[in-house]
Design a protein around this ligand. Structure first.
Ligand code: ATP
Ligand code: MG
Length: 233
């Protein structure tokens, strides 16, 4: 288990109506560094992200963030206390321009210096500031979603498949930015690209049908003979 727990997920259960998806999930996220959440389609990765951010209520279990019990806190409070979230889908406002999407990310207290920092990290966005986000390429859209979440100055950033639908040439660019980011804050990354995930992450959890089936340092998990069985469709 990683030391210096920042987000502590204990005995978490969650699901939709009567269909339970997560079973007794225990996860520790350290103050800094990347943690990967792996697992095949339908394993419960997105459900876990939604439960951490409070979009989905957890009938059982506890969440401690930065030493405080946030289990009953609403999503806005969790975001304000420093949890950023880049969802798998609908991560940008398609009709709003890139500039206005970034304004939403900073909760309208637009600090030009903060926006400039994001544009330095993702220069492609700078050329598209007045373009509706719905007209961006898949990669640009992901960069915008990540940039917007970073404008809220999160201490923990949850990324649900940040390279899904992104052209291979741009995946490397996003990966390098995430590796840099994970040196500064806590990053939780859900990824289908195993190599990418384990470059960003120091530690990995593998979900299998809503349970943590495997966990360990990224290198150990990568070489675990059971890993491919849990990732196979
Ligand atoms: N809104 C919903 N209502 C009912 N069931 C849902 C809902 N969202 C997800 N599920 C079910 O919960 C299970 C876990 O889904 P989840 O989206 O968490 O998986 P995932 O690991 O993120 O998969 P993927 O890799 O395909 O994104 C699946 O069986 C899915 O069908
Ligand atoms: Mg998912």
């Amino acid at each position: 288990m990683p030391e210096q727990t920042f987000l502590d997920i204990r005995h978490l259960e969650a699901g939709y109506g009567r269909s339970q998806v997560l079973f007794d999930v225990n996860i520790s996220i350290p103050w800094r560094g990347g943690v990967a959440v792996l697992g095949r389609n339908g394993a419960g990765k997105t459900t876990l992200m939604k439960t951490i951010v409070g979009e989905l209520a957890s009938p059982k279990g506890e969440l401690f963030f930065d030493g405080r019990d946030i289990t009953r806190r609403r999503t806005e409070e969790r975001v304000r206390s420093g949890i950023g979230y880049v969802p798998q889908e609908h991560s940008v406002f398609a009709r709003l321009s890139v500039r206005d999407n970034l304004a939403v990310g900073s909760l309208f207290n637009v600090d030009p210096a903060a926006v400039d920092r994001i544009l330095t990290i993702f220069p492609k966005l700078g050329q598209r500031l007045d373009q509706p986000a719905g007209t961006l390429s898949g990669g640009e859209r992901k960069m915008l979603a990540i940039g917007r979440a970073m404008l809220g100055d999160p201490k923990l950033l949850l990324l649900d498949e940040p390279t899904e639908g992104v052209w291979v040439g741009v995946i490397e660019e996003i990966t390098e930015r995430l590796i840099e980011l994970a040196k500064q804050i806590a990053v939780v990354i859900v990824e289908q690209h195993l190599d990418l995930a384990l470059r960003v992450a120091d530690y990995a959890y593998v979900l299998d049908r809503g349970r943590v089936a495997l966990q360990g340092a990224a290198g150990e998990v990568r070489s675990d003979p059971e890993l491919l069985r849990y990732l196979a469709p």
